[in-house]
Design a protein around this ligand. Sequence first.
Ligand SMILES: Nc1ncnc2c1ncn2[C@@H]1O[C@H](COP(=O)(O)OP(=O)(O)OP(=O)(O)O)[C@@H](O)[C@H]1O
Ligand SMILES: [Mg+2]
Length: 457
Amino acid sequence: MTEEQRSQPNRPDPQRDMMLDELQRMGLAPPVDAPRPAEAGSAPTGPGVAPARSEPGASADPAAPALPVSAPSAAPHGPPPEPAPGPRPFPSPNPARDQPVRRRTPSPAGSPPPEGATGPGAPRRAPAYDLPSEALRGPRGSLTSESLTAESVLKHRAPRPAGGWRRTVFALTGGTVNPGPSKQELRRAELVARARTPVQVCRRVAVISLKGGVGKTTTTAALGATFASLRGDRVIALDANPDRGTLGEKVPRETDATVRDLIAAEADLHRYDDVRPFTSQGPSRLEVLASDADPGASQAFSEADYRTAIDVLEVFYSLVLTDCGTGLLHSAMGGVLGLADQLVVVSSPSLDGARSASATLDWLEAHGHGALAAGAVAVISGVRPGRSDVDVGTLQEHFAARCRAVEQVPFDKHLGAGSVVDLEALSSRTREAYVRIAAAVGDGFATPRDPSKDTRP
Ligand SMILES: Nc1ncnc2c1ncn2[C@@H]1O[C@H](COP(=O)(O)OP(=O)(O)OP(=O)(O)O)[C@@H](O)[C@H]1O
Ligand SMILES: [Mg+2]
């Protein structure tokens, strides 16, 4: 096969067709009436298509093998792992204090493709012979090291299939026949890219509901773990329960320190290594800052305390998720709502759970937080398959009309156990649900922060 055929696997190719026929006879490719890779229309291989690398979490393709969910590096103090394809997260571990990192020079064709652009209509990468453009020249018109980008230098390679018969064909033909990723793989890559939306300042996401026991803590831990496993920057979940919260039980405990200890040590926290001893980290890289185990003491967790904790954390983390206690009037809640960039409103798949979640939105609208309510992501957690007296579709429609997005999380045995949340132990449908929630929340990162939310002048 020639280099040209290799780089354009979807061109008519009798030799490849014969090979596919042979694979079909061997039962390693779909039957003759199934669409050929080139016809399937599900394998755009243009440069705008996000490559289907093995990502943490489940493969959306039922035929694909389970994908690892742990981030490559789970070392507590190690550098964040190299992010996979998609929009690059803000690379600094210290986003608030560091200078903003200059982005790579855009592709010579002009502005880079829009985030998550996929499919045949996605903008094409400029060919190498278009270089150099004026944008890549130095002050005297000379070439600079910035001229040498992956896009301009590396030969185009079509995205590889991650699993199923497509991967088998790819492997058996030594990569010469590349059916490309499936529609599900492309869809997942798009969700992952949205979850990885870069942030320039630390984003604060609060997980709330008026009702207790609906899944706030579970959502905080699983969503945080999903973000931490997909993004290259630091993610922390903070327990702001006024009484003994359970967030600290969702990761293997590395320390007995609590948010109160962190606040007490505030004046001595200058570097990430100063803060890290106060947190526990799970295999996803999510760090958790637990609440006070003593209910008597934690009742004093005030709005000022919460603001101090956020003040410390936002220097070292790109994303802070806050697990709130039941109700909206407890001591820390003024700070939580005052500082939150986004809300995740949690409901159980029941009438009373949904009414409470909807009442949460009513309360927010009535108390000057209408924008937070409208921009919220609603999560219906614990949806059981099969017949139920509750029409979850109606709940879905209700929240879709009131919030920016709504997602359902299936009932999952692992989450039902109420212990440490391990993404690898979740069913693939549950993992996918959290990736969809992370994508919906990640969409909000593209909107600049409301200046009234700034804690620093
Ligand atoms: N998707 C799910 N599948 C199975 N069980 C779930 C799911 N979501 C939540 N649960 C279970 O529901 C129970 C309550 O969840 P969780 O502790 O997260 O609620 P909460 O709103 O934080 O409660 P509280 O108001 O007491 O803090 C837990 O036992 C949890 O394991
Ligand atoms: Mg809770």
